[in-house]
Every structure is written in C-alpha cells, then in structure tokens.
Design a protein around this ligand. Structure first.
Ligand code: ADP
Length: 186
C-alpha cells in the first residue's frame, strides 16, 4: 500500500487535483469530506452528530475521522488521501496505521493559493454548487480552522523530507503537470 496526501486550505483545488492524479496513477481517491457528507445524508447517528459541525465550518473530532480512515484503508491498494489528515493528532494516528500495515507515505502535496483567491473561489463555488458550508461566515471559519489546526502539518511533513509545495495558481492542467513531476518517484 502506497499513499499520497493532499494538504491545502479549502478552495485550493485539492479535490480536483487529487481526482486527476488518482486517475493518472490508478490510485484510489479517498475524500474525507465526502465520507462525512455521506453519513449526514444517510442520517446515521454519526451523521446527526457531525452535521452541525460541518455546517459551521468546524473540524469534526479526531477520534471520529481516525476511525473512519482506518476502516477505509485496505492492504494491496494505493491511495490518494484528500482531507485527511487535517491535524497533527490525525497525522500521528495515520503514521501508526501505516506502520501496522507496512505501508509507506510517498509524498505530501501542499497546494498553495493566496488567501484572497481562496475566498473568491469559495464564494463562486457557493453560487454554482450551493454547498451549505460555502457561505461567507463559514468560509472564514474553515480558513481559520485550516490556519490553526492543519497548517502545522506542513512543518511536520517538511521535517520528514516528504513535503512537496505546489503552486495552486494557474490552469487546472498546468497544476496537474506540476503535481505529476512532484510525484515521479512514487
Ligand atoms: P474543504 O476542504 O473544501 O473545506 P472538505 O469537503 O474537505 O472541504 O471538508 C468539509 C468539512 O468536513 C470540513 O469543513 C470539516 O468540517 C469536515 N472534515 C473533513 N475532513 C476532516 C478531517 N480530517 N478532520 C476533521 N474534520 C474534517
């Protein structure tokens, strides 16, 4: 099992790029936000618990997403993780999980986009897709959660020598090309 992670603020294009790369490499694209939204849609007890957090733009508790990811990683498959880990505690849990499975973390792709651009992309997306957490107040909360809880992951993975910063500004195809070069060794 090999893994590639995408880390980036909301609106950085992680989802789009992760999907394209997964197709290119034949990896499975695992999207934490989608797994959580499926629980909400199915109105499971878990879904009912996390619904207010997602609507408010807050991260859900670590234990919960760690459990979910553990259930979705299977030996013999390669994964692109999109939206996990988002905290240092999640990254440490992922390390333990990978050690148990003898799996390796090949690269961590960090998409970089200026804050003003992120906000305008998210507002535009809210008009097109109508995602309930794409309104101005929630967008600010999601960005604040990113800065306080997720951004520390960049240092964490940089210290391990696997961080690959990628400019997330440009055409979709240009960005995919940058990413493909950054994962040539995977
Ligand atoms: P985006 O990155 O565009 O904000 P996602 O679809 O990746 O959107 O995530 C939507 C929401 O799901 C987040 O705002 C958060 O509430 C929750 N979420 C997703 N992944 C995680 C995670 N790893 N840990 C905690 N909460 C998460």
């Amino acid at each position: 099992m090999r893994l590639i992670l995408f880390v980036g603020p909301p609106g950085s294009g992680k989802g789009t790029q992760a999907q394209r790369l997964a197709q290119e490499l034949g990896y499975r694209h695992l999207v934490m936000g989608d797994l959580l939204r499926q629980e909400i849609q199915a109105q499971t007890p878990l879904g009912q618990k996390i619904q207010p957090l997602l609507s408010a733009g807050l991260l859900v508790p670590d234990e919960l997403v760690i459990d979910m990811i553990a259930q979705h990683l299977h030996n013999g498959t390669n994964y692109i993780l999109d939206g996990f880990p988002r905290t240092i505690a999640q990254a440490e849990a992922l390390d333990r999980l990978l050690a148990e499975k003898g799996a390796s973390l090949c690269a961590v792709l960090a998409l970089e986009v200026p804050e003003e651009e992120l906000i305008s992309r998210l507002l535009k997306r809210s008009q097109i897709e109508g995602r309930p957490d794409d309104n101005p107040e929630t967008i600010q909360r999601r960005l604040a959660e990113y800065h306080s809880k997720t951004r520390p992951l960049l240092e964490f993975y940089k210290a391990r020598g696997i961080l690959r910063p990628i400019s997330g500004v440009g055409s979709i195809a240009e960005i995919t090309d940058r990413i493909k070069k950054a994962v040539e060794m995977c």
